[in-house]
Ligand binder design. Structure first.
Ligand SMILES: NC(=O)c1ccc[n+]([C@@H]2O[C@H](COP(=O)([O-])OP(=O)(O)OC[C@H]3O[C@@H](n4cnc5c(N)ncnc54)[C@H](OP(=O)(O)O)[C@@H]3O)[C@@H](O)[C@H]2O)c1
Length: 257
């Protein structure tokens, strides 16, 4: 095998949640691998600033306003993406939220609904929109979902988030199963903790040192730690992979009991 299979030259990749954190970073990684990138989120000022950076570096980039909780917004966003660069070949479902520290006892319905609407229903609706378009055009497609180590383990105070991320793994498998006959494949990338708006409350608090201690590598992730898995899953290098997930967490999931 040559490294050519990791290239995204000639491909269009749509990334949700590209206005900050991981999605913002991934837009540069994917563009660097040759992709035309379409950045989606609600904060257009952030997206416009990012595509200016990408274009300044010689990449092809566009942005669309998209709220993943709204099927209408998703439909409109895909139509705009197609106008810019044609149909996306790859969709990265990265948009996600975390409501703060709640147990299943203290959580209220509004926060539960907001997390599920964004982290689960949003992933399903974006995948459904992409898949319907791919099927209508009689072509395949590739979906990469961003899950979490909380898809697999528990932590106090993150009940809705952990439940939503476990659902993302099951949704990934369902899409893989039902999409295969159309040439659609779907895998997940499950990061451990890295510093972003989602994790700052914990990672910038006094609890940080105690939190790091059980992680075998004694550190959280840097954004670059996820690049290799992203390029594998987004490219033809993973052509025979579907319904699977890759955990990148410095060993956090294998921490000693
Ligand atoms: N940080 C961690 O330790 C960690 C660990 C494991 C997994 N993850 C996952 O990694 C992904 C990226 O998170 P991050 O840590 O990079 O956090 P972040 O910086 O807060 O980014 C979250 C992104 O999601 C977008 N978003 C949220 N709600 C949205 C909505 N309704 N419609 C469209 N976009 C929406 C935000 O954009 P707008 O506000 O502009 O819409 C933002 O771009 C998430 O799925 C998260 O669960 C994070």
């Amino acid at each position: 095998m040559t490294l050519d299979r990791f290239s995204l030259a000639g491909k269009t990749v749509l990334i949700t949640g590209a206005s900050s954190g991981l999605g913002h970073h991934f837009s540069g990684v994917l563009a660097g691998a040759g992709a035309r990138v379409v950045l989606a989120a609600r904060r257009m000022d952030k997206l416009l600033a990012r595509i200016d950076e990408l274009k300044g570096a010689g990449h092809e980039a566009a942005c669309i306003e998209m709220d993943v909780r709204s099927s209408e917004s998703i439909r409109h966003g895909f139509a705009q993406a197609e106008e810019a660069f044609g149909m996306p070949d790859v969709v990265i479902n990265n948009a996600g939220m975390e409501p703060g520290v709640f147990t299943y006892i203290t959580l209220d319905e509004g926060d539960w609904d907001a997390v599920m609407a964004t982290n689960v229903k949003g992933v399903w609706m974006v995948s459904r929109e992409a898949s319907r378009r791919w099927i209508e055009a009689k072509r395949g497609g590739n979906i990469v979902n961003i899950a979490s180590i909380l898809s697999y383990r528990q932590q106090k105070g993150v009940t809705p988030y952990a439940v939503s991320k476990a659902a993302v793994i099951q949704l990934t498998k369902q899409i893989a199963l039902e999409g295969a006959r159309y040439g659609i494949r779907c895998n997940a990338l499950a990061p451990g903790y890295f510093l972003s708006a989602v994790s700052a409350t914990l990672l910038e608090s006094d609890a940080r040192e105690a939190f790091l201690k059980p992680i075998p590598q004694r550190r959280t992730g840097e954004l670059e730690d996820y690049d290799g898995a992203l390029l594998l899953l987004a490219s033809e290098a993973s052509a025979h992979m579907t319904g699977d997930s890759i955990v990148i967490d410095g060993g956090h999931l294998v921490s000693s009991l």
